[in-house]
Each structure stands twice: as C-alpha cells, then as structure tokens.
Design a binder for this molecule. Structure first.
Ligand SMILES: [Zn+2]
Length: 343
C-alpha cells in the first residue's frame, strides 16, 4: 500500500509517499481500505514532535477516515466486507472501570488512531472492528472522513458535557476550525441561538449562512462579552464552547449567564488562561473539560447527522501525495471547515 509518511531527510522531517506492506488484521480488528482521511491539529503536533526528535522513526499520522471494510480478523462478526464505514478514532483500553462504564474518552490509556498506532494518511489501516460505524448514506467519503473527530468532540461538548437544551443560547469562539463549525451545526439542530467569534469577516459571513445569529469580529471589538450580554438582554449565554484557549478564556467566563457552563476542548492560543475565581463562584459558572467522545457519543452523533441530513463543511480536498501541503494549510489557520485527503 501507499502511505504518506513522516520521514527524516537531511535531518529535517518531510512528508513522503512510501510503499509499505499491507497491514493484517488481528483478532477483533478490521482492515479499512481508506477512501478519504481528514486533517486535525493533532497531526500538526505529530509532525512537530517528529521534527523535534532527530532519531524519530517513520510515522503515519492521521486520525479521521472513511472507507470500505476490506478484510476481517478472527472473532469479528459485527462487520461485513464491502461495508462503507467511518472511523471513530478514539481507542480506550476496553478493560478499565471507565471503559466498562462506556466512558472510553475518560480511560487513563485513552489514545487515538495515528498517535500510538499507524494513522490514516494511507491506502489502508488496521483498526478495532468496534471503531468502524456505517457511513451516513447521504455523505460522500470525503464528508464521512470530515465527520469523525470534530463532530464527536462537538457532540460531547454540547450534549454530554454541556447539557444543551432546546433553544439555549451558545457562544462559540474561533468559528472556522473544525470542532467550532461542528458545534455550530449540531447546536442549530436543537434550535440554539448561536453567537460566533472570529478575526475574519469572511468566516463570520459564512457562519451566518450556516445559521449563526450573531458574528463578532474580536479583532475589531474589544469587549466580546459586553456584546454577548447586550445581544442576550443583559443575561449572558447558557453555554460557551471554547476551543481557542488563553486568548478567549476571560471573555468565555464573562459571557456566560449566572449558572451557565463553559466547556473547553482546546487551547490553540495557549493553555494558561486567566480566570476570575470570584466571578466563577459568585455567578456559579460551571467550567467543564471535554475530550473527544465515548462510543455512545459517536453513535448518537452519527444518528443525528443521518436523521437531519447534516453535511460537514469541507474547506478543500487534496491528493494523498500532497498531505504535507495540506498540513501547511491547516497550520496557516486560513481554512473554513475540514481539510480532506482523497485516497
Ligand atoms: Zn480503559
């Protein structure tokens, strides 16, 4: 098979298409013939990590994929060869108390396809059969790949951790990123009143087309929370989705209503945010962390996507051989939606 692989060349890390032996599924595993793979910030971290280690071994990154089941290992009776599937990239150990409770993303050994294991920037990969789910029938393979990590992350933030109710108001920072856009789309399914922020008027315009009720350009407005309060009749929003981190953290807490929730799942601008503790207890703000999702979150997300014919937003598609350039686009932050490799 061909795989776009991180390799050392003249002591630098480059991405190069390599021919590798086909992986073989073991007990409980399936061979996935990949048709599309989507990019995540994790892949940028993987590349940076590889670059920082002068003796790093060749590595295939990539966590999101959709494709066709090509072969089954022993003891798999839940899948059929030829089935069109999407990959849940979350890997729990399957044995600890958290996995037994169905909370795989709380597993102490929780990991992702493409980190400890070979990833999806390849023609084929082997994954646990339980991580493959039927691809929603209205989606292309590229759209299926675009769903995986971001939509399950957004689902858990909004529904499982954030306890979103019909008609709630939601502030989503940094619209344009995959998880933020997935949050906008899924929140609208519950008729939420959604406010989004970005430094780009163009991204705000496109979020408006996706159903956002108010867009705030945080480069042009110095007090985002003040604008949110005015828009919500002085009340503040029920739920804040913050994937941005240090830069947005103070406005996230200030924009939440009394008794509101702030859910964090990323820190692309830095991890050391400032929080006014007095404001947190006096106004009874709940601060919640969220990471990816459980198997149930993934299944619930897929059934909502299928039931509402929801289509993830795709920024651009690239051939497998241009995975390096596709990662550069992700790093630039210019994208609106998912960047997808077609295999
Ligand atoms: Zn576990």
């Amino acid at each position: 098979m061909l795989a776009s692989t991180l390799v050392k060349k003249d002591s630098r890390t480059v991405m190069s298409v390599q021919t590798l032996p086909d992986p073989v599924p073991g007990p409980g595993e399936a061979l996935l013939e990949i048709r599309a793979a989507a990019l995540n910030h994790l892949d940028l971290y993987g590349r940076a990590h590889h670059a920082a280690n002068s003796r790093a071994e060749p590595q295939i990154v990539g966590s999101d994929a959709s494709g066709v089941v090509a072969a089954l290992g022993p003891e798999v009776d839940t899948l059929e060869i030829g089935a069109e599937v999407v990959l849940n990239p979350g890997l729990g150990c399957g044995r600890c108390e958290f996995c037994m409770r169905g909370q795989q993303s709380e597993c102490p050994r929780f990991d992702l396809v493409g980190r400890g294991t070979p990833g999806t920037f390849a023609e084929k990969t082997v994954v646990p059969a339980a991580n493959l789910h039927p691809k929603p029938s209205h989606l292309s393979f590229a759209q299926g790949a675009a769903l995986c990590l971001d939509h399950v992350t957004a689902w858990r933030m909004l529904m499982t951790r954030g306890d979103l109710r019909m008609g709630d108001s939601v502030l989503i920072h940094g619209i344009g990123g995959g998880a933020a856009l997935a949050s906008l789309q899924l929140a609208r399914l519950l008729d939420a009143k959604v406010i989004v922020t970005s430094s780009s008027d163009e991204k705000l315009r496109r979020a408006d087309e996706l159903g956002a009720h108010l867009g705030i350009n945080y480069r042009q407005q110095d007090d985002v929370a003040e604008i949110v309060r005015k828009f919500t009749d002085g009340r503040g929003v029920d739920l804040v989705i913050d994937t941005v981190g240090a830069a947005t953290w103070p406005s996230s807490v200030a924009a939440a209503r009394n008794g509101g929730r702030v859910v964090a799942c990323g820190a692309t601008t830095g991890a050391d945010g400032v929080v006014n503790i007095r404001e947190v207890f006096w106004r009874q703000i709940s601060i919640l962390g969220s990471t990816m999702g459980s198997d149930k979150d993934f299944r619930d997300m897929l059934s909502a996507v299928e039931g509402h014919s929801l289509e993830p937003v795709i920024d651009s598609t690239w051939p497998l051989a241009e995975a390096g350039a596709a990662l550069d686009r992700l790093q630039s932050g210019a994208q609106f939606g998912k960047i997808v490799l077609e295999v």
